[in-house]
Design a protein around this ligand. Structure first.
Ligand code: ADP
Ligand code: MG
Length: 392
């Protein structure tokens, strides 16, 4: 689904009032009864019903009359609430082109009033489940529409808290600017995901830097858990930035060792295949058992023992223990689904595009895989002209 963000400019105060009422109703209703929306919105003369029709026309809400006359927000409706809030706060003033489609997110460029371009990540938890629905319809039918809104908000909150803490501790991550609902605003990384890079001047150095990051994270008490060529950005000077943090866990997590080893293995595998890692490094990884031998891969157990407490600091920040538990549940559930998914179309499996390389800057870039079609695109009309919004 594509809808012009332009529509946002033509939505009235009442439209937002009713949209917000639907959001509030969703705290304890999967489908919010129209009467409840009306009561929360408090518009005179049945105004709510007229507004709901307008919101429906713009695909900001979904109408469901199966059990009773009710409505729920669509992702687009949720997007608009977050965007409106952030525009009102003066965080940005316009939305530009889409720059990324992740497994469970859409990323857009946004610009501030003074023209600074930032990145906006809209979390879309449940998207991977939507894909799996065809094979597990019954099992997922319940989860499908239930708490995606809450989980997406949690994912954004967690990503923002982690990005901020990691940045404060000197990790190369985007600067965390602001967060609202399922939306995170961060600095725009000048570079490309490593998966698109065909050639490096110094692959060994980049490899060491990346592996060093996994180790340093663990020394601070954290594991990325999705540390691969899709979540590592690299610029023309071969400077590395890591992104994508909603799935990070503490080194105390019960599966910490497995997550850590998997992150390390991903890097080895990718560098061996794409950059033909130097023979010296290949030898290092040949002893595939993880042990304490200095010449082999980093040992998780020795790091874990000496790990710092950034994980605890984070638990004390905006992202609470309860929320962490909820997120972990979702991550675990997803991991189980992925591993049981035979026809998995996960990003990692996709090695396509090897032949379609183009040269940009000093890096050789492969054409971006466009196989992933978002179910809900907050579109920029395919034009390079950003849509500008006024504050209330
Ligand atoms: P997901 O969690 O859905 O995988 P990511 O955070 O990995 O989402 O982002 C998906 C893609 O969007 C990335 O691979 C990258 O191309 C682009 N992207 C994400 N954040 C930024 C950023 N701050 N600057 C530039 N591009 C970004
Ligand atoms: Mg990613």
């Amino acid at each position: 689904m594509k809808l012009d963000v332009n529509a946002l400019r033509y939505l009235s105060k009442d439209d937002f009032r009713v949209l917000t009422a639907v959001e509030m109703g969703m705290r304890n209703h999967e489908i919010v009864p129209a009467e409840l929306v009306d009561r929360i919105a408090g518009l005179k003369h049945g105004g709510t019903y007229k507004v709901l029709r307008n919101l429906l026309k713009n695909k900001l809400v979904h109408h469901d009359a199966t059990k009773y006359d009710g409505y729920r927000l669509t992702y687009l409706g949720y997007d608009f609430l977050a965007i409106k809030t952030l525009v009102n706060r003066g965080v940005f003033a316009s939305v530009g082109r889409q720059i990324g489609v992740g497994k469970e997110s859409d990323i857009f460029e946004v610009a501030t009033e003074d023209g600074t371009v930032l990145a906006m990540k809209l979390h879309r938890l449940g998207r991977t489940s939507f894909r799996a629905v065809k094979s597990k319809r019954d099992y997922l039918a319940h989860r499908r529409s239930f708490n995606w809104l809450y989980l997406s908000r949690l994912a954004a909150l967690k990503e923002f808290a982690f990005m901020k803490a990691l940045g404060d501790h000197g990790f190369p991550v985007p600067t965390a600017v602001d967060c609202n609902r399922h939306c995170v605003i961060m600095s725009l990384v000048q570079g490309y995901p490593l998966v698109q890079v065909k050639e490096l001047q110094n692959p060994d150095d980049v490899f060491d830097t990346i592996l060093g990051l996994v180790v340093r994270l663990a020394e601070h008490g954290l594991i990325h858990c999705d540390f691969n060529e899709f979540n590592i950005m690299i610029d023309d000077d071969e400077k590395v930035t890591m992104i994508d943090f909603p799935q990070m866990v503490s080194v105390k997590h019960r599966n910490a060792q497995m997550f850590f080893d998997r992150d390390i293995e991903c890097i080895y595998k990718f560098f061996r295949k794409r950059f033909h890692l130097s023979s010296e490094k290949c030898e290092e990884q040949d002893g595939s058992d993880i042990d304490d031998d200095e010449n082999s891969r980093p040992s998780f157990l020795s790091i874990q023992k000496a790990a710092g407490s950034l994980d605890k600091e984070l638990a004390a920040s905006g992202f609470t223990r309860k929320e962490q538990v909820e997120m972990d549940k979702y991550i675990d559930q997803n991991a189980e689904e992925e591993s049981s998914d035979d026809d998995s179309t996960s990003e990692q499996d996709n090695e396509d595009g090897d032949d379609v390389a183009v040269k940009i800057g000093s890096l050789k870039i492969a054409e971006q895989d466009s196989a992933e079609v978002p179910d809900c695109t907050l579109a920029s009309k395919d034009s390079s002209e950003p849509e500008t919004f006024a504050k209330e």
